[in-house]
Write a new protein. Sequence first.
Lengths: 196, 680
Amino acid sequence: MRARSAALSFLAALGVLGLVQGTARAAPLDSLLAAIAAEETAPAERVRLFMKRGNVADVYYIDRIRPGRLRVLKNPRQNGLEMIVIDDRQWLRTASGWNAAPAPTGTAPQAALSLSAVLKNGLTGAVERTEPDGSRIVEGEVSWSAASACKGKLRVRIEAGGRPFFLDFDGDCASKPTVFHQAMSYAGGFSIDPPN
Amino acid sequence: MTSRITTLRVMTAHLQVIGFVLLALCAARPAVADATVTACASDKQTGAGTNLAQALAAGGVIFFRCPAGSVIRISDHYDLPGPVRIDGGGTVTLDGGGVARTFLTARQNIILRRITLKGFARIHGRLGNLPGILLAFGDAELDAVSVGSSDGPFDLLHKGTVSGSSFIGNTGVALKVSGAASITGSRFIGNEEALFMGEGSLRNCNFQNNSKGAVRISGLDAAAEIMHSTFTGTRGGPALAMASQARLAGLSVNVRANQFTDNAAGAVQVFDSVAEARGFNLPAATINALLRLPPARFALSYNRFSGNGGDRGAAINADLTRAAGLASTGDIFTGNTSTGDAGGVFATAGALTLTHAVLRGNRAAGRGAAIMAGPAAQISVSNSLVIGNSGGDGAIAGGAITLANVTVAQNSAAGLSLVAPGSRVVNSIFAGNQPANCVRVAAGVFQGRNAVSDASCPGVAPSQPALDTFFVPEPGSAAARDGDAAVCRATPVNGVDLTFQARHDPAGCALGAFERAPAAKLSSRTDRREAHADAADDFTERDGYHPPPLTTGSPGNPSPGTPSPGIPTPDQPSADTLAALRGLGVDFSVPDRDLREWLANSEFTPYPAITTVLLNLLRPKGLRDLVFLDVIVFNYEHAPGVRSPREVRDVNLDVLEAAIVEGYNTRHGTAVRAFAEVMR
């Protein structure tokens, strides 16, 4: 998990993403892959992800400090779960307080799913345009399958610095209307520490 | 001719015999004749019509032809030699005028139906008291009878059947039944003491705000049961007191599926009649007779004890010295508080077993925040959860205690504190108890396999059991597989867990209360169901990244400082709240502006706190049909013994559910009783 993009690896953990065969136009795809690579090397990243499948909505806040520190907060307004991973140790906040445990070793490499792989194999009809502020927008159709088959429209805004800034998906997963969008920040200025 | 004369003589003789027999029969039985009372001012009203005194003298069935709301003043007492049925038709009140007398003495069966009685006072005599309304030597039935403002009104010495009746605001004991009792669907509100009974059945009754105790059971000649009843706001004595002995051997009292809430002097008490008699300085002969009585057995199951108080054992205070034991199965103890020992369960002596119990959030100033065993008691706890209790010297404390597959976690008290030998702990989890998991626990108490999160329990190496939000060992964790299968199969664990899920793996089982996460159906009934995001959590590209709102507390239990979906804060309008409520079947009958103001005012209104809990309670399904929020809040605030909440933690979930059900029934003309029935 720690080797992958925070946001997308989280989607993979949710079983949303999977591989399908497909083709993508080279130029927009290259822009996206470069953006993802830039995201994965950012020393600090914060992600706000809203996902709605059918009538069930969840919001995640994912903080990452490389190397080795991750915090995931789910539905904080509803006092949802919180997880902190620091190196090989993880803490899960439950009703009984913080539970510490060894961090899971993660998904096996062959099953690991990356946004890059999804895009390489599932993005079709992609177009790219540059906005007045220097950012670029890549739009296209994307499909993948893992626990469920998903298909829909993907729209990614890439900041002038080359990292993804906003990602939006609107489609269906397992025949259920599914939308998710995520906003990223690379500003830093936060820390991830073990709970008290 | 001679023949005819002879025949006539024979016939005459026969007729004389028949007449004699009829005469004898009439002499043996009082005259029984139906009567309708038409004199509606007083029992001895003169003038035209039949008054009550005349009707009672005739006996039989007595009706009233009186204008609705008639009050008949009673000026005498009546001895009824024959069977009588008095049917007020729902229109008549009999008023005793506060004079001390026994209005009716029934030598044979008596039925009172659809009648209201008030202002009757008992006779206080040297040899005892006589009831104010009815002293019944035969069977007595009260059907839809309302009794108020009377003193010690009923003493039913034989079989007593009571249904659909109300006993409100009486002094003394509102109802005494010495024979077999069958009491259903009746209310006992604001009396000094509500009901004394022996054997028989008490079902679907409501006891509220009785000031010296609610129900007392003693002198069993057969089994007794207390079922599906509510006991709320009892003061001055326990809600349910039961003598530890019966008149015959092998008898039991079953107490099942009742709710005990906010009773200040304890919920359930098992008392020792001998000790009580000694306390009253009764003669030695009486005490010797009591000593010879056989023990009774007590079975409590699926009761809910919440918010009760007391000076010892706020939920259960059992002196089982002379009892055949008490077994509690599936009872839930939450938020009970003792000013002395045992916030939840206390046993002075004898054997008490707790299985499939949840003890949460109880508090004691003395020993045993949740459970306390007296020096002569043996308490066995299995398949149970003891969590979040506070104060006291130990969540579980005292003498001989056996724990098997028990989870003791997150108590603000030592998990186990012992003062006597003879305890045993096996297959259990002790995690996160403060200041330590064990205090004064001798070596050898912890046997077999256990998990303890610190080094305070002799003989157990510290380990960190990974528990989820339901205190279930995480799948794959050591606690999920380290249990001794033989213990799990044997009594008292009996091959199941807290929620009766099978522990069927012959190679091992989970430590603690749960074998695995409870089934979805069960978990969805808790107040910890997962709450999802709502429209207020959505954002646009223009919004971009924003850090999460600050949170405190545990998942699923919003803390006071945690904004919940759409809960208004001074700078946040309540539109989201109203939309979220509407989506869950809650609207309002007051002006929109008023409601918004209330929702934004947590200092002076209960709306923010109740709404927060309401949203979590109703998610995700919502109500079957609309209920007004302001009606729910009104019902909640007017529930007996309930404070208007200003914070989430002050909202009583049971009261809130009842308030919703009441609002639902009022609006839709239904008679739903269970909260689950109003949910989609």
